[in-house]
Design a protein around this ligand. Structure first.
Ligand code: GDP
Length: 330
């Protein structure tokens, strides 16, 4: 037993989460994010007990360069989902830079001020972890608890730079890329690979004097999307326009999501993709666990620097050094 007085028995968290208690949900997530081993093992037990109640959701990844309007979009879309579709919506994030910039996305909840006070919304900023793998694992576990708490739409935001898109893509059913009117994707800092991952491109800020530009951008992207190889899901990616500021285009986007879900449920991709994601996650966790085990080992810690110096000085090959170290573990 732990001496931490704030910690409750596991069943209280589990019952609380299953009953939709947001305070207990938040506390359990804090435990997922904690570095303390006793918190982590408690979190794992909570997740284990909640597992049969997870998965009943649509998981949507949202990306785009800083300034494209992700927070504004999530505020508008989340509010639409809750009000018009009676969906309970959880908003999570993967931002491996959040430690340095003190939470550059979702950290400032005032960016989604209406959504954050809605009782059918749950917003949780990106966990501050050391590695992308760690951040992604925690977000994935958080998603499961949100599902167990009855959130049936999960929006996972990430910044449109680097590897974090791939991490988000590996845990969602549908991937939405927000772009601006009138600038090619290279100008917007979007890599081709990210455009290729998208199930839907939404040209945001289609309002004011940007409308014509946005419409022609939509056409260009529609054509460009057809040039990519066909997706395993059988879904043909689409391009639409929207204005998050004016709250326009939200119903169209939701309808496309429903079309996607209907198609991929019928052809079994939805289920198979989730199974594949789970399998990949399992192996990712093995990788992470092994790494952690290695670096935590006392003998390794003592010898690492010395051997590193020998490698750098060319006295021993990197491969030989590694096998010597690994032998010590065995
Ligand atoms: P993020 O960095 O991608 O999360 O972008 P934000 O949501 O913070 O939006 C960046 C800026 O664009 C803010 O000043 C928003 O008010 C503005 N913005 C967002 N969506 C729209 C839109 O649909 N139309 C217009 N005109 N401005 C928008």
């Amino acid at each position: 037993m732990t001496t931490d007085k704030k910690i409750r028995p596991i069943h209280e968290y589990v019952e609380g989460i299953l009953g939709g208690n947001r305070i207990l949900l938040s506390r359990a997530i804090t435990m997922i994010e904690s570095k303390k081993p006793e918190h982590q093992s408690l979190a794992q037990e909570i997740i284990e007990k909640c597992l049969p109640h997870t998965g009943h959701s649509i998981r949507i990844g949202i990306t785009g360069s800083p300034g494209v309007g992700k927070s504004t979009f999530i505020e508008a879309f989340g509010t639409y989902l809750i009000r018009e579709q009676k969906r309970k919506t959880a908003v999570l994030a993967i931002d491996p830079t959040s430690q340095k910039s003190h939470g550059s996305i979702l950290g400032d909840k005032t960016r989604m001020d209406k959504l954050s006070i809605n009782e059918n919304a749950f917003i949780r900023p990106s966990p501050a972890g050391e590695s992308l793998g760690g951040v992604a694992t925690k977000t994935r576990e958080t998603m499961l608890l949100c599902e167990a708490a009855g959130f049936n739409t999960i929006l996972i935001e990430t910044v449109g730079v680097g590897q974090s898109e791939i991490a988000v893509h590996s845990m969602v059913d549908f991937f939405l890329l927000l772009l601006l009117p009138g600038a090619g994707d290279e100008l917007q800092g979007i890599k081709r690979g990210i455009v290729e991952m998208a199930d839907l491109i939404a040209i945001n800020k289609t309002d004011g004097d940007q409308i014509d530009l946005a419409k022609s951008a939509r056409k260009d992207y529609s054509m460009a999307l057809h040039l990519f190889p066909e997706k395993e899901s059988g879904w043909t990616p689409k391009a639409v326009t929207c204005s998050s500021q004016e709250k326009e285009g939200m119903a169209d986007i939701w309808q496309l999501l429903l079309d996607f879900q209907q198609l991929t449920l019928a052809n079994d991709w939805f289920e198979n993709n989730r199974k594949q994601q789970l399998k990949n996650w399992f192996y990712d966790l093995i990788d992470l666990g092994l790494k952690h085990w290695f670096y935590r080992d006392v003998e390794i810690k003592q010898e690492l620097r010395t051997i590193e110096k020998k490698v750098v000085a060319g006295k021993i090959s990197a491969a030989k050094a590694v096998s010597q170290l690994l032998e010590k573990l065995i």
